[in-house]
Design a protein around this ligand. Structure first.
Ligand code: NAP
Ligand code: MG
Length: 400
């Protein structure tokens, strides 16, 4: 039994992933680790009972304890209001947690032999770091009805005014205003540099500063200043590089790269590029996600949702073949980080071995249906949700 000193913040969730959560704990964690967690039930029923206070409490606990592991959760919509008889359309827990931790989300594919990326030369994962505040996601737009002048006006608290003409419209059109803040860009940059050091990978950052000479240029300057003043020595010491380039150049280079680096993107670029990178690597069920705050707090989760369609099959008593890999990696990621912070070598070894067991199980041809559909391996055995987890346990027992 491996002992822990500081508890993890455990955020339980909904539907099929809640079922997997328990199976993973029972088969892959509790037999090996004397697990210490502070448990928060973010299942929709309990969020509703507590008026969503439990989500806020779990975020506060994460700030206090430093490392959390989160199960996928339902973001309520109109259909869920009826299904769960909700008092209110509670906000997305991920949104609430991200706002509380002021974090940046890093997403990385789990690379395994037999599930080949569409891009042949990608040999290592590409981690996407997406700035999660501002730009077009907090924009203001006007549908211009006809001829007239559109202006950009800033009024300082002391009354000073800055005014720029956007366009003298001769006829109808559209106009958009967007913003970002130095504080948010700075947090984003800190999170990226820290994560690069933490994972010992090069950091790329790209914007369109040749066209956007003030807006995008501000991003470039903030990153460069922080790098020069705070991170350069550490980067050189551990042998990683910081590389800035234009977004279009970055896209071309990413395609020709071998992978193995972090690509930091502005909000919109990150939205678009993370979907491209993740689907090119194979499957959403093989994508991990970690929220890192500038103060060095970590929250690990799978990138996919609660897999609702499989859950309804499960409720109807049918067999499911749901892929638990990303959720297992959320647990191993959190346990490894706890091990690093508390100096518990056995916990780090456990996480490494368990991840290896997952990959070896798949590479030996035993996998869930989603992977069986895209694998290049022959003689594949398709397992159900529970069998796959039990098979990983067997592999782990044989290598640990
Ligand atoms: P989803 O749960 O990611 O599932 C979409 C589809 O992707 C599934 O129906 C399944 O395809 C496939 N899939 C995803 N994960 C899989 C896995 N682990 N194993 C096998 N197949 C997998 O997205 P959704 O159905 O749009 O959303 C369901 C709920 O999740 C929603 O209430 C949403 O609010 C929530 N959600 C939560 C998070 C989060 O907590 N981070 C993120 C996204 C969505 P097939 O049906 O073809 O097998
Ligand atoms: Mg998107």
């Amino acid at each position: 039994m491996i002992n822990m000193t500081t508890p993890l913040v455990e955020m339980d969730g909904d539907e099929m992933t809640r079922i997997l959560w328990q199976m993973i704990k029972d088969e892959l964690i509790l037999p090996y680790i004397d697990l210490k967690t502070e448990y928060y039930d973010l299942g929709l029923e309990h969020r509703n009972e507590t008026d969503d206070q439990v989500t806020i409490d779990s975020a506060e606990a994460t700030k206090r304890l430093g490392v959390a592991v989160k199960c996928a959760t339902i973001t309520p919509n109109a259909a869920r209001m009826d299904e769960y008889k909700l008092k209110s359309m509670w906000k997305s827990p991920n949104g609430t947690i991200r706002a509380a931790l002021d974090g940046t989300v890093f997403r990385a594919p789990i690379v395994v032999k037999g599930i080949e990326p569409c891009v042949r030369n990608w040999k290592k994962p590409i981690t996407l770091a997406r700035h999660a505040y501002g730009d077009v996601y907090k924009n203001v737009e006007i549908r211009v009805p006809g001829a007239g002048k559109a202006e950009l006006v800033y009024t300082g608290e002391d009354g000073t005014e800055v005014r720029e003409t956007i366009q003298d419209f001769k006829g109808p059109g559209v106009v958009q205003g967007m913003h970002n803040t130095d504080a948010s860009i700075t947090s984003f940059a800190h999170a990226c540099f820290k994560y690069a050091i933490d994972t010992k990978q090069d950091l790329w950052f790209s914007t369109k500063d040749t066209i956007s000479k003030k807006y995008d240029h501000r991003f470039k300057d903030i990153f460069q200043d922080l790098y020069d003043n705070e991170y350069k020595d550490k980067f050189e010491e551990i042998g990683i590089t910081y590389f800035y380039t234009l977004i279009d150049d970055a896209v071309a280079r990413v395609m020709k790269s071998k992978g193995g680096f972090i690509w930091a993107c502005k909000n919109y670029d990150g939205d678009v590029m993370s979907d491209m990178v993740s689907s090119a690597f194979g499957s959403l069920a093989m994508m991990t996600s970690v929220l890192v705050s500038p103060s060095g707090v970590y929250e690990y989760e799978a990138a996919h949702g609660t897999v609702q369609r499989h859950y309804y099959k499960h409720l109807a008593g049918e067999e499911t073949s749901t892929n638990s890999v990303a959720t297992i990696f959320a647990w191993t990621g959190a346990l490894r980080k706890r091990g690093e912070l508390d100096g518990i070598e056995e916990l780090i070894t456990y996480a490494n071995d368990m991840e290896r067991a997952v990959l070896w199980t798949i590479e030996s041809g035993k996998m869930t249906k989603d992977l069986a559909l895209i694998t290049s391996l022959e003689n594949v055995t398709v397992l159900n949700s529970q069998e796959f987890i039990k098979e990983i346990r067997k592999t782990y027992d044989s290598i640990k």
